[in-house]
Design a protein around this ligand. Sequence first.
Ligand SMILES: Cc1cc2nc3c(=O)[nH]c(=O)nc-3n(C[C@H](O)[C@H](O)[C@H](O)COP(=O)(O)OP(=O)(O)OC[C@H]3O[C@@H](n4cnc5c(N)ncnc54)[C@H](O)[C@@H]3O)c2cc1C
Length: 382
Amino acid sequence: MDFDLGEQAATLRTRLRALIATAIPEDYLGAFTNDPADLDVAQQFCQRLAHEGLLTIAWPTRYGGGGGSMWDQTVVREEMWAHHEPRGAQYMGLNWVGPAIMAYGTEAQKQQHLSAIAAGTVIWCQGFSEPDAGSDLASLTTRASVDGDGYRISGQKIWTSYAGMAQWCVLAARVGSGERHEGITMFLLPMDAPGITVRPIRSMLGYHHLNEVFFDDVAVGPDAVLGGVGEGWAVIRQALAHERVGIARYARCERLLSALGAALAPHWHDLPASLQGQWAKALVQVRVARLLAYRTVHAQATGEVPDVLASSARIAVTQCDQAVAEVLCQAVEERALEAGPTAPLYGAIEDHWRYAQAATVASGTIEVQRMIVAKALLGPRA
Ligand SMILES: Cc1cc2nc3c(=O)[nH]c(=O)nc-3n(C[C@H](O)[C@H](O)[C@H](O)COP(=O)(O)OP(=O)(O)OC[C@H]3O[C@@H](n4cnc5c(N)ncnc54)[C@H](O)[C@@H]3O)c2cc1C
């Protein structure tokens, strides 16, 4: 299988790698560590990417983008994820929040939000999951009651990534008496609105990643609705399809496998043959995940938002994530505790392993992805 995306992509990759090498510390493990400086690095890097026309490279120029293709966007996303996502939480804004606003927003919403995302100055969070509505998202109970010409929102969200650092939230809430999918409406909500409380959830992803968010009679105007009252399900489907293919962790898997292969080269033949075999098998899984991601990108490039393809790609990416995490840890063993020149690589492996455990839950569990694929193949009664 030839994964060569051509000369333009190669030039873009080289440019991105040079930028990362100058702006991102070698031992960087993303924006969500306990060191606030790591978030600052991400924020400054996003503005640098924006300044160079790379942050929203595939957005239309009228929205502050670079007018490039989905393949340009794919190269950017691969290089970012391969290097521990130095865009931090902002990857969500350009990956799915912006496209959702482009597809469903009013002209005023586009004017207000798209240029801020393209400038790399704003962090968004996704308020979908609730304590009793995760896989079955259509059962969500956060309610937006009509109040004059606006709404008052009350309820609770959970597992909200980046809520503590976000300025805006795309929130799913229920308006009126419509049940299940029919009542769901999306809101664009400033996180500093009175009545919003964010409580961090400590987890193995660190203190700054996951959160509970409480909404206590939060007042919003009619202009906060994205995509029409009761029409939120379509927005969610589009958002999740973009999200699921936008997390190119296969690129990180391949980089770590190859970096570890190089670091262990002197001991390679001392490794058990079974482990060498697992290493090769994991690399095959990485390539399969990449191929499925490319199929989705190809469809997106023609204007489709194929949630079945996105789910197939997501299944493959999360499985390769976990397979690679296991191989890396087994190969490194106690050497992970050693200081010295390999310490940044071993730190990256440890970080990769922790995040890989959550991969088959985040953005919809692997069982849910499989159901989406099964229903598409076998029909809704599958
Ligand atoms: C790292 C991380 C980041 C996240 N970030 C966000 C975020 O930013 N915003 C947000 O809104 N949410 C976020 N989530 C939440 C995530 O979307 C949910 O955790 C996920 O959808 C599963 O929901 P749940 O936790 O309620 O599990 P449940 O839905 O209770 O599922 C529990 C188990 O039952 C299985 N299951 C459930 N229903 C079925 C079924 N019908 N058939 C077969 N198996 C089933 C599931 O697959 C799972 O294994 C995040 C989660 C993680 C781990």
